[in-house]
Each structure stands twice: as C-alpha cells, then as structure tokens.
Design a protein around this ligand. Structure first.
Ligand code: SF4
Length: 268
C-alpha cells in the first residue's frame, strides 16, 4: 500500500489507487452505507465539510474514528458547534477554524465544548496577528484549556523537547504523504500547495522537500524558526512578510523556555 493519505469526497469513492483515506462530506448520513469492508478499513478520518449538516448518524458509528468539523466563517458559524457535541461520546473530534476576523471567539467556544482545534492559519494578515497572539495567550494561560490547539500545541512541544517539527507535519499538510482529490476527481497537492506541481520523486523525504522546494525563499535560509516552520508561511505567496508569524513563533519559544524553567525548579 502506498504511503499517501488521500483527502477524498465521498462521491468519488471507491478510489482506484491504494492508500489511506480521509473522507469528506456534507452528508454524513451516507457514510455508514457507502463505507464498509476494505473501504472502511482504509479510512483514517472523516471530515464534515459543512457544520450545518446533521452528524447524528456518525455518533456511534465506527467508534474511535477521528472526525474533523470544517468551519468556513468563524464569526457566523460558531453556534453550529453545539449541535455536534454528541460526537465526542465516541470519537476524537477536532474543529478546523480559519484564521479570519472573529476566529478567537470560535476557538473559545470550541474549547469550552471540549473539541480539539486546528487553526487553518493561511498567511495571516498583519491585522490578525494580535488576535492570533490573544488566542495563543488563551491557550497558554487558561487552565480550562484541556484540548490541543494546533499549530500552537505541536510547535510548543517540539520547542520544549528541542525536537521541532515543521508546520507541514503539525498541520497535516506533509507533501510527501498527503494528496487531495477534488470534487471532480482531480488529484492535487493539499492545502496551500494545491495549485503547485513539483518534480520530487515519490520517495523524497521531508528534508528533501524542504531543502529543494518548500523553504527555498531567501528569507527562510537564515530564519531562526526554520526548523519549526519549514518555509510553511511562504506559500502560496512567496513574498509574504513573516514578521507577524515570527512574533508568534517567538512567543511559543519563550513559553517553552518558561515551561522548562518551571519543571527544572520543581515543586514550589
Ligand atoms: S517563518 Fe517565514 S522566513 Fe521563517 S522559515 Fe517560516 S516561511 Fe521561512
């Protein structure tokens, strides 16, 4: 079986290629019917592409299967999270929240409902950096936050253990592993790389990808956060100014150092 994980719409099943599947749909009720046998065995996660959909059919179906709830407009859609809380009885559930104006409130509601969060951070506008810093502060300082908020959580752990992972891995966008199948059945790269094509061989490592394709921008070469980022924020626009996101990386680095100091000091 290939190493690829295909993010595929339910209507494009069954897939001809071998691999693992993340099945996305806005009609969750069809999944227990169309995903059976080998097809179900290859599924590593389900994505609900519309929060307005009724997820009840998935509540007790295939317990333990991870589910992602895809939010489109955080300022308007956060109340829709309440209707999906029953999924938590049988599944790890993560809400994917785009970093757009008003996203901080959506994060707080998701965390209060005990969902994990993945920020779809894009290339955030300078005006959103303050809101991003406020959400990071909330994640770091609020004792009520029991679920991970990515990409903060993975980056903090990497810095704390001095084994940073690039955001391509933390954000589930590793180009040598993930593929996206469009609603029309066309195979592309995932996320911010979707409109790009690369000539790297199928067995290229993430280091190969980073050195030969992902982090070739001039700014990345001597960036102090290269190992935690891997050139992630230079896509899709290579001229993106990383000043704001470097500030967020700096806050995470400071938090990791503080955590280490606290642990070394031991109990007060
Ligand atoms: S923060 Fe910006 S400059 Fe630094 S590695 Fe990431 S994309 Fe490159």
């Amino acid at each position: 079986m290939s190493e690829y994980i295909y993010n595929i719409p339910a209507q494009q099943l069954p897939i001809e290629r071998e691999g693992w599947l993340i099945v996305r749909t806005d009609e969750p009720a069809v999944l227990p019917t169309i995903l059976t046998g080998d097809d179900l065995g290859a599924v590593v996660a389900v994505q609900l592409s519309s929060l307005a959909s009724d997820s009840e059919a998935l509540n007790a179906w295939t317990a333990g299967l991870p589910i992602e709830l895809m939010m489109d407009d955080p300022a308007a859609e956060f109340p829709l999270l309440y209707r999906h809380t029953n999924l938590l009885d049988h599944h790890p559930v993560r809400v994917v929240i785009p970093v757009r104006p008003g996203f901080a409130k959506a994060v707080k509601v998701a965390v209060a409902l005990e969902f994990a969060v993945r920020l779809d951070v894009g290339q955030p506008d300078p005006a959103l950096i303050e809101e991003l810093a406020a959400v990071l502060e909330f994640y770091l300082r609020q004792s009520s936050v029991a679920q991970p908020i990515e990409y903060f959580h993975g980056t903090l752990l990497g810095l704390f253990h001095a084994e940073p992972l690039p955001l391509w891995v933390i954000q589930d966008e590793e180009p040598g592993v993930m593929r996206y199948v469009t609603d029309e059945g066309r195979e592309t790269m995932v996320g911010r790389l979707a409109e790009h094509q690369f000539a790297l061989p199928p067995d290229a490592s993430l280091v190969d990808w980073t050195e030969q394709a992902l982090a070739t921008a001039e700014d990345c070469r001597d960036c102090e956060f290269f190992l935690s980022c891997g050139g992630y924020f230079k896509w899709p626009r290579a001229d993106y100014d990383c000043g704001g996101v470097k500030r967020i990386f700096g806050l995470l680095r400071d938090a990791a150092a503080e955590l280490r100091r606290d642990l070394e000091a031991g109990p007060a």
